[in-house]
Ligand binder design. Structure first.
Ligand code: GLC
Length: 518
């Protein structure tokens, strides 16, 4: 380049040379990230990746990202932001296992890895009749479970809705409502309310267990904010409310839904070592060997194994690892628990529709959807349910007629074009696929860490896994990319209503004096 310099044009040529150099370096860096996606340093990689993903259409960033933006279509831009490559999956698994180990070492880690005090799985021979309560999200179930042995369970149950008012009210109002539901169900089933029946309570929130039937709520998740529960023993709150109602019931087990799902599936299939929920929220429980839980200071247990409630939904809330976009940040900031449950916010049913809604609203504002015509109904928080995404992903008609009826009839969007509908469908596919691939990261990490690559059964419950089209297959694809041939031995088994039954089973194990850790 020096031979080109002259007294007249030295400065312009130098500037030209410098800017070209910067642009080339940036372009090479971009290519390295997008092709390999396997940076040596995870933190640096996450930062680079965030820059690469964070260019929403309204961004005013300059440089290579901004230049590319001019030629990208909305679809290409979203594909770049929401696609999780195989290499990224591998990096995420490494980071996930590291964070599992941190949680097993200390109490205040991001992934809590909570010992559940459940130290054995059922044999299938347990018998007896127990009550089970199940609070998962918007529903509360009261069940009478009769364990008949040989993996057989008979259930009678009643389902109640937990209103927004109760979710966001007080502890007393919430637990009095539960007691009222128990009382009316027992009346309906003709059960003796003074018999001291044993009860298992599935409470699907992060609880630090102090015993099989004692545990304090760390913090609420999934839109609950009721005052007076955080830091309290939830069994104590339930006991007091049952007493206020005049019911004589013995709460013998406090169980997370993931633990319940694992245990109830193990009653049928003893190869089950993991329970996963992919519904309103997401989380998993698995069987860990006691020597791998350095933070466990309780007594030695005869089985040498402990079921761990991972609380994996919290993963990534330290803001380092997850491949989030500007849209994820919007969902997070508007939620009642900002900077918490980051992994859950990329995967579970409470958030997928909301993410999609933010993207649609953004693309309307840039004129890339609906010719830029505002849609007020879509501007309301949480107005776009994840169930709509399921319908749109299931719409294989030429004209995308069901997608049209969702957009035009439910949300009063005026006259959509086929291109609009295709773009909305693509958004759903991208969000749904990313969620499934992220969920696979958690499962692959657990089976790798626990050395279950030769084969195991993972019981999966929850509306997203059960009803969202292609979700299970997309998870299987990602597992294959991560584990190769070993993925064939990982059975993802659909579990249904396992959490209530699981609580009854754990109450039964406690009843027979087998859970010796209390
Ligand atoms: C949330 C809760 C967790 C529960 C999961 C699935 O992540 O914190 O305890 O298991 O939702 O319901």
């Amino acid at each position: 380049m020096t031979q080109l310099w002259s007294a007249d044009n030295r400065v312009p040529l130098f500037v030209f040379g410098l800017t070209t150099g910067i642009a080339l370096t940036a372009a090479v860096q971009y290519l390295v990230t997008s092709i390999s996606g396997t940076p040596l340093n995870l933190r640096a990689a996450a930062d680079e990746d965030r820059d690469h993903r964070s260019s929403s259409s309204s961004s005013s960033q300059q440089g290579p990202v901004a230049q590319r933006k001019n030629v990208e279509t909305a679809t290409q831009r979203l594909e770049r932001q929401f696609t999780i490559s195989t290499a990224m999956l591998h990096n995420l698994v490494k980071a996930f296992i590291r964070d599992m180990e941190r949680g097993l070492k200390r109490d205040n880690a991001v992934m809590k890895m909570i010992p559940s005090y459940v130290i054995r799985r059922p044999t299938g021979d347990e018998t007896g009749t127990y009550l089970a309560l199940d609070l998962g999200g918007s529903n509360f179930r009261v069940c009478e479970c009769t364990l008949a042995g040989k993996g057989q369970v008979r259930i009678r149950q009643k389902k109640f809705v937990v209103s927004e008012e109760l979710k966001t009210g007080t502890a007393t109002a919430l637990f009095d409502y539960f007691a009222e539901c128990v009382s009316s169900t027992m009346d309906g089933f003709g059960l003796d309310k003074q018999a001291g029946t044993k009860l298992g309570f599935t409470f699907s929130f992060p609880v630090q267990q102090q015993a099989l039937n004692r545990g304090t709520l760390y913090h609420w998740t999934k839109g609950f904010t009721a005052e007076g529960v955080v830091g309290q023993d939830v069994v104590g709150l339930l006991d007091a409310a049952l007493r206020r109602k005049g019911l004589k019931i013995d709460v013998t087990a406090l169980v997370n839904d993931t633990v319940g799902t694992l245990i109830s599936h193990a009653y049928l299939d003893t190869a089950t070592t993991m329970g996963v929920i992919l519904g309103t929220g997401t989380n998993a429980a698995y069987v860990e060997r006691l020597e791998n839980i350095p933070k466990w200071t309780g007594p030695k247990c005869p089985t040498n194994e402990m079921i761990i409630n991972m609380e994996w939904g919290a993963w990534g809330q330290d803001g380092i690892i997850l491949p989030t976009t500007d849209y994820d940040v919007k969902v997070d900031r508007a939620s009642p628990n900002p900077q918490k449950q980051s992994y859950e916010k990329m995967i579970s049913g409470l958030y997928l529709g909301e993410l999609t809604r933010y993207i649609i609203v953004d693309l309307i504002s840039t004129g890339e959807l609906f010719a830029g015509r505002r849609c007020e109904a879509l501007e309301v928080q949480h107005s776009f349910d994840t169930a709509n995404m399921s319908r749109i992903e299931r719409d294989h008609s030429m004209e995308l007629t069901d997608t049209r009826s969702i957009l035009e009839d439910l949300y009063a969007v005026k006259k959509t074009t086929l291109a609009d509908r295709r773009l909305v469908k693509r958004i759903c596919e991208l969000i749904g696929t990313r969620a499934a691939r992220m969920a696979a990261v958690g499962i692959a990490s657990v089976v790798t860490k626990t050395n279950k690559l030769a084969g195991t059964t993972v019981a999966v419950d929850g509306s997203v896994f059960e009803h969202y089209p292609h979700f299970a297959n997309r998870m299987r694809d990602a597992l294959r990319e991560l584990l190769g041939i070993n993925a064939e031995g990982i059975v993802l088994a659909q579990a249904r209503d396992g959490s209530g039954q699981g609580a009854a089973l754990i109450a039964a194990l406690a009843d027979h004096g087998e859970e010796k850790l209390q």
